[in-house]
Design a protein. Structure first.
Lengths: 636, 237
C-alpha cells in the first residue's frame, strides 16, 4: 500500500524525520519498503504490508502507530486511543442482518449534503497515494479507509424506498443465481455463499457485502441524503466471495485480513464527520445491529528467559520494559514474567512468540549476535546425492555435459489443473523426450562449441500417475555433417563406464536411437550404503559470459605445410587473419604424405549483432587465404 | 581423451552446499516434488482460505485436490521432523514450482535450499552464525548477515535475511547488502504438527533460491538458461 509522509505527519505535532530516515526506520523495525517516490511536496512510501499485520497496518493510522513506537514520538491524536464515539439513534432507518457472516452493521443518516468536488487537501491526500478523486462523499469514505483501515460505503437514501419515512437495510445471503451489477458496470451471478446488502423494502441488491457497491444506489450530483455504512464482514466468507468472483477490492482485502469489528464503530463516526465537513449537511442519527462490545483480547504471557532464548540475547527486565512501554500496551511485568494485553486491533498478537517478535523488532534484529556453528559429522549420508554425483563425474569424464530440462510437457500422464501455458500442461513421465529435444537444439552449436558430438545427460524427477522417481537419461548425437546421427557405440561406451564406476550395470528402461534411460532409484537398492561423501574439489572461479543469440557459420580449410610446421602456429596465424568475428578454430586433422604435411581446420564465425551471411563468411575467409599464400602454405 | 564434459551449475552449487553443511552436521534430506497439501500448507501453519496462501502462486494437479507441485522445500521440514527426533540439523536442496510468468529473474520451476536446525536452545543467533559460515565458504571471503522483520506463516519471529560480502576488488557483489531470503524461528504450530514438543524444542528454518545463489556466484544474467538444455550455457561450467 502507498503511504504519504504528509498524511502520516497529521498524527504528530513534532515534524517527522526526512523520508530517508523514515525509510530506514520502517525497513529495520517494521516492514519492507518497495519504493519511495516524490509526489509534489510529499514523499510516498510503497510499503509491503504482509498478511500478519494487514488487519491494522493497511492504514495511515497503523503506520503512524509504528512510527510512534520506533521513533518514540508521541501521537498527537491516535484515533483509536479513546472509546469510539456514537451518534444518537434515528428512527428514519432500520437495519437487519440475517447472515452470520455479518456480525456488526451500522449506518448513519446524513441529510442536506451537497455533492461536489472535494477540497484541495482531500484531493491532494488521495492523489498522493494514487487514488482518483470522484466526489466529496466518495472521497471522504476512501479517506477514512486509508486513514483507519475501515471500509465505508455511502448509499443515496433518495434511491432507496422509504415506508412512512423509514428506510430499511437488510444484510442477507444472496440467492442462488441472483444477479449483481457493480457500480462500475460489471455483472456477477451470485451464490448462496455470498452476502448482499439490500433495500429491505424492495429486496433490491445494493452491494456485494464487504466487496463492492452496486449500480443504482450510489451517490451522484442529485444526492442530498445519504446512508453511510460501516460494517464488519467475516474474513473467510469475504475472501471466498472475492475469489469466486475474481474481484478483490481495497475493502475486501481489509476484511479478508481480519480487521476487527470494533473498527467499524470508529469508522462510522470518522466518516460521517468528514462528510459533513467536506459536503455540508448534518448527521441525523445512526442505527446499528450486532455486537457493539469493544473486542477484548486475551492476555499473552512470556518469560524474559524465553525472549532471550529466542534471540540468543541477555536482555534484562528493565531493557525489555522500556521497549514494551513504547507500544503503549496494557501490561504487567513481574519476576521476569511479562503479560501483555493487546489492543483490540492487533489480531496478530496471540501467542508468546508473537510478542517476542514485537520486542525483537523494536530492540533491533540487527543487534542479534552470531553464534558460530560447531563442526560435527553428519548422522547419515544421502545415497541418492552420492551416487548421482558419481554418475555425473563418470559421464563428465568421457565428455558428457549435464543439462536440466523442464518438468512440464505439452502432453503426458499427469495433468496440471492450472497450467501456465498449453505446452506446459503435464508433468514429464520420462526424460527421453526432453533430452531428445535438447539434443536436436544443440546440433547446430557443435562447431561453435568445438564438439564432434552432442553428448548430454540429465538426472531428474519424472512422474507417473502415482509414482515419482529420479532417472538418468543420456544421449549421443554425432556425425560429420549437419545431418547428425544417433551414435550408439558412444552410448555403449558410456554405459560400460557407468557399470565400471558403480560396480553394477543399470537396467535400462529404454535404449533407442542413441538415447538411454534408467531409474536412479531402482539402481540405489543394488548399491552399497554410503558412509562418507567424496570431497568436492573447489573449481576455479567461473564467470559466465553472455553468448550471441545469432547462428554461427563454419568454413573448413585444408592446406599443405612444411613437415616441421606445428598446428598451433598455423591455427594462430589463421585466427589472426580471420578477424574478430572468428570465434573458434578447431583443428580437424593432420597427415603426412610424400614428405608433405596436410592440416585441416574448421573456422567458426559469429556476430553479436546479426546473422552472418555465407558471403560475409567467405569474405573473411579471403583474408585467411591471403595469409596462407604469404606464409608459403598451399591450399588443398 | 582430453574431451572433458561439463557439470550443470545447479549441480555444482548443490554439491558445494552439501559439502559445506555436512561439515557442521547438516543432513541432506529430500521429499517429493508433487506434494500433499497438508505438508506444503496445512502443517506449515498456512490455513486454507487464509490470505497467507496467496503469498505463493500454486500449481494444482487435475483431479487430485489433495496434491500440489510443492511451492517450497519447507514441506520437507514437516516430513523430516515426523521421521526424525531432535536434535535436528537438516538441509534440503530441491526443485519447487510457482505459477508465475517467467522472465530473466523468474522461472515457474526453480531450486530452493531449505535449512532446519532444532534443539533445546537454538536461537536466531545460531541462525546468524550458520548463515555467515555458509555464505563465507560459498562465496569465498568474509560475509556478514543481518536480519529485518518479515512474515512467513511457518516461522515466528520471521525475518528477511540480507548478506554482505566483504569488499573485494573486481567483485561486483561485494561491499553491499543483498537481500537474499526469508527465515525465522520455526512456528510452534509447525513443531506441534510435526510431532515436536514446542515447550521443549525450538529452532530456526530458512529457505533461499538456489538459482539466485548460482546467478550470483557465476554472474548468470538469465535464470531461464538453467533449464533449457543449451550447451552454449552449460559448457561454460
Amino acid at each position: 500500500m502507498l503511504f504519504s509522509r504528509n498524511w502520516l505527519q497529521t498524527f504528530f505535532e513534532t515534524p517527522l524525520p526526512q523520508a530517508e530516515v523514515l525509510e530506514e526506520k520502517l525497513t529495520f523495525y517494521s516492514s519492507e519498503i518497495d519504493e519511495v517516490t516524490a509526489v509534489g511536496d510529499d514523499m510516498v512510501f510503497d510499503i509491503k504490508i504482509l498478511p500478519d499485520k494487514s488487519a491494522w497496518l493497511l492504514s495511515h493510522r497503523g503506520v503512524a502507530k509504528e512510527l510512534a513506537v520506533i521513533l518514540d514520538l508521541p501521537m498527537m491524536n491516535d484515533p483509536l486511543q479513546e472509546a469510539p464515539a456514537t451518534f444518537a439513534e434515528t428512527d428514519t432507518v432500520t437495519v437487519n442482518t440475517t447472515t452470520p457472516t455479518c456480525d456488526y452493521y451500522s449506518v448513519a443518516r446524513i441529510s442536506g449534503v451537497t455533492v461536489g468536488e472535494s477540497p484541495a487537501w482531500l484531493k491532494t491526500a488521495l492523489g498522493a497515494i494514487g487514488q482518483r478523486s470522484i466526489n466529496n462523499i466518495v472521497d471522504a469514505t476512501n479517506y477514512v479507509m486509508f486513514h483507519l483501515g475501515q471500509p465505508l460505503h455511502a448509499f443515496d437514501a433518495g434511491k432507496l424506498v422509504a415506508k412512512d419515512g423509514v428506510n430499511n437495510i437488510t444484510v442477507r445471503s444472496a440467492k442462488d443465481g441472483e444477479e449483481f451489477k457493480s457500480l462500475t458496470g460489471e455483472e456477477y451471478v451470485l451464490t448462496t455463499n455470498d452476502a448482499v446488502i439490500t433495500d429491505g423494502h424492495t429486496d433490491t441488491v445494493l452491494a456485494l457485502a464487504g466487496v463492492k457497491g452496486g449500480v443504482g444506489s450510489g451517490v451522484d450530483e442529485s444526492t442530498t441524503v445519504i446512508l453511510l455504512e460501516a460494517a464488519h464482514f467475516e474474513r473467510v466468507a469475504t475472501r471466498l466471495t472475492s475469489k469466486r468472483h475474481k474481484l478483490q477490492t481495497d475493502a475486501s482485502k481489509r476484511y479478508e485480513n481480519g480487521i476487527d469489528k470494533t473498527l467499524a464503530q470508529y469508522g462510522l463516526v470518522a466518516g460521517a464527520n468528514l462528510i459533513t465537513q467536506v459536503a455540508g449537511g448534518e448527521v441525523v442519527g445512526m442505527k446499528s445491529v450486532g455486537d457493539e462490545a469493544i473486542t477484548r483480547r486475551a492476555p499473552v504471557s512470556v518469560s524474559l528467559e524465553r525472549i532471550n532464548s529466542i534471540f540468543g540475547l541477555a536482555l534484562t527486565q528493565a531493557e525489555v520494559e522500556i521497549i514494551i512501554k513504547c507500544f503503549g500496551y496494557e501490561y504487567t511485568f513481574k519476576d521476569e514474567m511479562l503479560e501483555v494485553t493487546p489492543p483490540f486491533e492487533r489480531n496478530d498478537l496471540v501467542i508468546a512468540e508473537d510478542v517476542i517478535e514485537e520486542i525483537g523488532r523494536m530492540y533491533g534484529l540487527t543487534h542479534i549476535v552470531s553464534i558460530a556453528p560447531t563442526p560435527m559429522a553428519v548422522a547419515e549420508c544421502n545415497s541418492r546425492h552420492f551416487y548421482a554425483e558419481k554418475i555425473r563425474h563418470a559421464l563428465m569424464g568421457i565428455g558428457f555435459s549435464e543439462v536440466y530440462t523442464s518438468t512440464f510437457r505439452a502432453n503426458d500422464i499427469v495433468k496440471i489443473e492450472n497450467a501456465l501455458a498449453s505446452d506446459k500442461g503435464y508433468l514429464r513421465s520420462t526424460l527421453v523426450l526432453n533430452i531428445k529435444e535438447a539434443g536436436e537444439r544443440n546440433i547446430s552449436y557443435r562447431d561453435l562449441l568445438g564438439l564432434t558430438a552432442v553428448k548430454i545427460f540429465e538426472i531428474g524427477t519424472v512422474f507417473g500417475s502415482q509414482s515419482e522417481e529420479f532417472r538418468v537419461c543420456l544421449l549421443v548425437q554425432s556425425g560429420t555433417s549437419y545431418k547428425a546421427k544417433m551414435d550408439e557405440p558412444l552410448v555403449a561406451e558410456a554405459l560400460t563406464t557407468l557399470s565400471e564406476v558403480l560396480g553394477v550395470t543399470p537396467e535400462l528402461l529404454s535404449n533407442e536411437n542413441g538415447v538411454v534411460e534408467f531409474s536412479l532409484d531402482a539402481l540405489l537398492s543394488q548399491l552399497p550404503a554410503v558412509t562418507a561423501y567424496e570431497e568436492v574439489l573447489s573449481s576455479e572461479a567461473i564467470r559466465y559470459q553472455p553468448f550471441s543469440v545469432y547462428p554461427s557459420v563454419s568454413r573448413d580449410i585444408a592446406m599443405w605445410v612444411d613437415e616441421s610446421t606445428i598446428v598451433e602456429e598455423v591455427a594462430t596465424a589463421l585466427l589472426a587473419a580471420a578477424g574478430a568475428l572468428c570465434v573458434r578454430i578447431t583443428h580437424l586433422d593432420t597427415f603426412t604424405k610424400d614428405d608433405r604435411t596436410s592440416m585441416a581446420f574448421r573456422l567458426v564465425f559469429q556476430s553479436n549483432e546479426k546473422t552472418l551471411t555465407g558471403s560475409e563468411a567467405d569474405e573473411m575467409m579471403n583474408s585467411v587465404y591471403s595469409v596462407i599464400l604469404e606464409r608459403g602454405w598451399e591450399v588443398r | 581423451m582430453k574431451n572433458i564434459g561439463h557439470q550443470h551449475p545447479l549441480s555444482k552449487v548443490i554439491a558445494e552446499i552439501n559439502q559445506i553443511f555436512a561439515e557442521i552436521g547438516f543432513v541432506f534430506a529430500e521429499g517429493p516434488e508433487r506434494e500433499l497439501v497438508k505438508y506444503n500448507f496445512d502443517m506449515l501453519n498456512v490455513p486454507v482460505d487464509h490470505p497467507s496462501r496467496d503469498m505463493q502462486d500454486t500449481f494444482y494437479l487435475a483431479d487430485a485436490p489433495e496434491l500440489v507441485m510443492r511451492t517450497h522445500t519447507s514441506a520437507v521440514q514437516v516430513r523430516y521432523m515426523l521421521d526424525n527426533k531432535p536434535p535436528i540439523r537438516m538441509i534440503c536442496p530441491g526443485k519447487v514450482f510457482r505459477n508465475e510468468a517467467t522472465d530473466a529473474t523468474h522461472e515457474a520451476q526453480f531450486f530452493q535450499l531449505e535449512g532446519l536446525m532444532i534443539d533445546k536452545d537454538i536461537s536466531l543467533g545460531h541462525m546468524k552464525g550458520v548463515l555467515e559460515y555458509f555464505f563465507s565458504k560459498f562465496f569465498g571471503g568474509e560475509v556478514q548477515v543481518r536480519f529485518r522483520p518479515s512474515f512467513f506463516p511457518f516461522v515466528e519471529p520471521g525475518v528477511e535475511v540480507d548478506m554482505k560480502i566483504a569488499s573485494q576488488e573486481g567483485n561486483k557483489l561485494s561491499g553491499k547488502w543483498i537481500e537474499l531470503m526469508g527465515a525465522g524461528m520455526v512456528h510452534p504450530n509447525v513443531l506441534h504438527a510435526a510431532g515436536v514438543d514446542p515447550k521443549t524444542y525450538q529452532g530456526f528454518a530458512f529457505g533461499m533460491g538456489m538459482d539466485r545463489l548460482a546467478v550470483m556466484k557465476y554472474g548468470v544474467d538469465d535464470i531461464r538458461l538453467m533449464y533449457n538444455g543449451d550447451l552454449r550455457f552449460v559448457n561454460q561450467f
